[in-house]
Design a protein around this ligand. Sequence first.
Ligand SMILES: [Zn+2]
Length: 175
Amino acid sequence: MNCHKCGCENSNEATYCRMCYALFNQGSASSPHTAPRTNREQLGQFEYAGFWIRFFASLIDAFIFIGCVLLFFKLSGHSDLTKVLKSGVLNFVFSGLILVFWTFFSATPGKMLFSMKLVDAKTGRKPSFFQCVGRLLGYVISGLVLDLGFLWIAWDERKQGWHDKLAGTLVVKML
Ligand SMILES: [Zn+2]
């Protein structure tokens, strides 16, 4: 198969061009994860999701997750919610929710809102549970030096943060 962008030869199983990193249509409808659901998905047109849209998606996730945590503690009778916010419980619940969403839906609510999903960088399919765990741990590394690992998305060829490189994942946006 030849790349639609630069014309170079790639293997038929490739999901992206080895020369210019252009994404190819995600083939194989046999996998339930890639099975076409909507027309848009049927066309299989994807692009790498960039920094800003992912930034906004993560803000939305933060609002939703914090809202859920506070609501939960409110309903379970905690009156002092600032105490809850200051305790480490938020990080814990955050990590858990993110892992569940990545593993089962390949996206968090914010990502879904912008038609983005997390895929394996090699196959373009659903990432494994261990990849998701690795990516979550990668968040810590990406945040170590002034969030450089997150900013990396802005100039990386395939828009991978350090956590993506570590876990072998990509974030793609359906066109
Ligand atoms: Zn190419």
